[in-house]
Design a protein around this ligand. Structure first.
Ligand SMILES: [Zn+2]
Length: 402
């Protein structure tokens, strides 16, 4: 049949003739059958850490909508030119991936979070956008639902590399604030950025939206001269050197959220009677301007000095450090976020105007510190010295001054 007659009979004729080069293949060379879908929970906001590097701490949601097992082999972050800014594979990648069932393998129909910490030297010009570049390996599920390799006869290869959509890097500098505590030997537990701590890992769905309010949160606990967290019975509040310290406002602002209705928990034991309302314990949220809200949690009952609508000044005593809400030892949980609700918010970076550091706590010594009151092991050289306009990093030991 002459081509013209066939065309008359087929509605797609025009497309076949005019757009034939575009339709020559089902997937164009720049379209990769990735099997995995990636989205960024929130665009990253840069912050200068106490290591004098600018950190982009953010998260990817990886969704496996297929019937295959997908193992993440490598996750890079690239700039618009394709230059690699950060690269993780093997055990290091495994530490920064939280997948259903553990490891780096996503079972069929499951999702995972990938926690990223891309850093640059202080003063570097940051790329306008960053994109994830992922290499993964596919496996079929057998009849029992277990991974069973991948036949070479499949039309798409087992291993694939693809680049996800770019995300815009924030240009707003981190807010500069005063410290919420005074005195020496405060350790920044569960801080940012290179580990999936209980704060960074606290991705939660609120009103159908994924939120990471605690991305830059720190649990501050004070050590004594022997680098212990407490002395005396583990279950007694006053055994802890942190307990009862004054908590100071980090900036001028207005109190926009407050809770003061829950009791002190017993240290060293699982928290009791936790509800969605009291999970942060007795707490204050202060609007400190520019879309930033400071959150102070686990405060002592009856110690809150301000009520909703009150104006506070930087350095005002807000409350006393306690052990209320979801906590197992007296500490100040502090973070900055973009809304008035401590959980329905996105965590924002902040820097302290000035602090001194006397080292970094070895995480391996932490269990004995909590369980037995043992002294912590501190690397006295790491991150030591005076820091200005920087964010303390995970496990850093900090002197805030008088
Ligand atoms: Zn906390």
């Amino acid at each position: 049949m002459p081509m013209t007659k066939l065309c008359r009979a087929v509605i797609m004729c025009a497309a076949m003739t005019v757009a034939a080069p575009m339709l020559a293949q089902s997937l164009k060379p720049n379209e990769v059958f990735s099997s995995l879908a990636l989205s960024t929970l929130e665009p990253p906001n840069p912050v200068l850490g106490a290591d004098n590097r600018i950190h982009l701490a953010y998260e990817l949601l990886a969704v496996n909508p297929t019937k295959l097992f997908l193992t993440l082999d490598q996750v890079d972050v690239v700039d618009p030119s394709g230059a690699v800014l950060s690269s993780m594979k093997g055990d290091r990648l495994g530490e920064m991936v939280v997948a259903t069932g553990g490891g780096r393998r996503l079972a069929p129909g499951t999702s995972a979070y990938v926690f990223l910490d891309v850093s640059f030297p202080a003063g570097a010009t940051l790329p306008k956008t960053v994109s994830p570049r992922v290499t993964l390996t596919r496996e079929r599920a057998d009849a029992a639902g277990k991974p069973a390799g991948y036949p070479s006869t499949e039309p798409i290869p087992a291993t694939v590399t693809f680049t996800g959509a770019p995300v815009t890097v924030g240009t707003k500098p981190a807010i500069v604030i005063a410290a919420p505590l005074r005195g020496a030997n405060w350790v920044a537990l569960n801080g940012c950025c290179d580990a999936v701590t209980s704060h960074r890992g606290a991705v939660m769905a609120i009103n159908g939206q994924l939120r990471v309010p605690e991305r830059f949160a720190i649990d501050w606990m004070q050590l004594d001269g022997q680098d212990r967290l407490y002395s005396g019975p583990v279950g007694t509040l006053t055994s802890y050197f942190s307990f009862g310290h004054k908590v100071y406002s980090v900036a001028d602002g207005i109190v926009v959220n407050r809770y003061d209705q829950t009791f002190e928990q017993v240290p060293g034991a699982a928290a009791k009677e936790i509800t969605p309302a009291n999970i942060g314990g007795n707490m204050l949220v202060v609007d400190i301007g520019g879309g930033h809200y400071a959150f102070y949690a686990h405060l002592q009952p009856g110690s809150l000095m301000f009520k909703i609508g009150d104006k506070v000044k930087a350095g005002d005593v807000l409350a006393l450090l306690g052990n209320t809400g979801n906590t197992d030892a007296p500490h100040l949980h502090f973070h900055v976020m973009d809304g008035t609700s401590p959980l329905d918010a996105n965590g924002l970076p902040y820097v302290f105007r000035q602090f001194n550091s006397t080292g970094v706590l070895d995480i391996n010594s932490a269990d004995a510190m909590f369980a037995k009151g043992a002294p912590g092991v501190i690397d006295r050289k790491m991150l030591a010295g005076t820091h200005r306009n920087q964010m303390p990093l995970n496990l850093q030991v900090v002197d805030f001054g008088p």
